[in-house]
Design a protein around this ligand. Sequence first.
Ligand SMILES: [Zn+2]
Length: 396
Amino acid sequence: MVSAFSPQSAGDLNFLKTLNRSAVISHVRRYPGATRADIASRTQLTKATVGSVVQGLLDQGWLCEGELQPRGEGRPGRALYLDDTHHVLWGADIGVKSLRLVACSLTGQHLIEHHDAEAPTTPEATMKRLAELLNQLQQRPEVAGREILGLGVTAPGPVSPLIPVLRLAPNIRWSDVALLDVLDEAGLTMPGVRLLDNEANAAAFGEFYFHAGTPPESLVYISAGTGIGSGLVTGDEYPLVPRGVQGLLGEIGHTVLQPGGLYCHCGNRGCAETLVSGWAIRAALGLDENADLEKEVGLKSHEPGVQHVLARAGEALGVLMLNLHHTLNPATMVLGGSLLRLGEALTQPALAYFEAHQNDLLRESQHIPIKLIEDSTYTAARGAAAQVMAKAVLDV
Ligand SMILES: [Zn+2]
């Protein structure tokens, strides 16, 4: 099983059917209320093909019909929507300090949220805990009777682009772990697809896939928490998450901003994480590594020393945003992660730096939209659930 959504070999009739189903679901996901005629004209599939694919998806509970849509002089068509009542997608986010789980419907509605405040220990113990939680949560009435499409798991570090192996999570000191195998060995009983991805990649995917209305041309999600990473999604009907040959794409926390600077958890010096990350801010403020940063900063927010640390971290975040702007040039950026809870003392310097420099190169007045997610507790888990849906669509 791969965690990428690369197309399968072409020239196969089943593959063609899969693509047609995927195109129809994708269209209804992006344009809720579309009719069969709308889908045919926009996807360039024949009306007969659309009719047959839609019927199959209605029968399988992926789509449902709504009101009659008037169509100028033509016959009115029945509005189509994703059916929110038959399926469930599971997402689990292994954070540096906790475990977050969601169960979603096909439109990304949360049916269950669960936040386990226990920090990961070993991969085996953490996967045992995850398996137990999932085995219990599956029995809850909110999801009972729904068909399970699968589980996506996210981890705080780069994942191999070819096999579901977490290469490294420096902030929990795990390396080269086949997490999905460990999860199976821990006794998880759940049908459907299984995926593993980096948490920022998954969060980016979810923001794109469950985007209300037409999604942007591309999107970068910056995850600013204990560590700092990012994920990129591009594409249209078939969103793609580029990962790089070793899965390192988007590991902005380990791009070097200060050669010869402070030591990073990765062993190098002057990485962005030494300036803007939960661990670096805690260290700069003289706090214990497990201290509640939001609470501590809230108590001392008037102190000049605290303001200075946050302003410096915020500006480093702005530098990373500008570097992403010039290397990936996404149509929109989304900022999430626990550091966003520190509020404007951190985000304002970041946004100000980006705003001041985003047009230096082209001398234009274009502004890249930036969305801040103050509470991103479930953003990565929800993104993992979105990835399950995108993969399951191909397996319908
Ligand atoms: Zn580093």
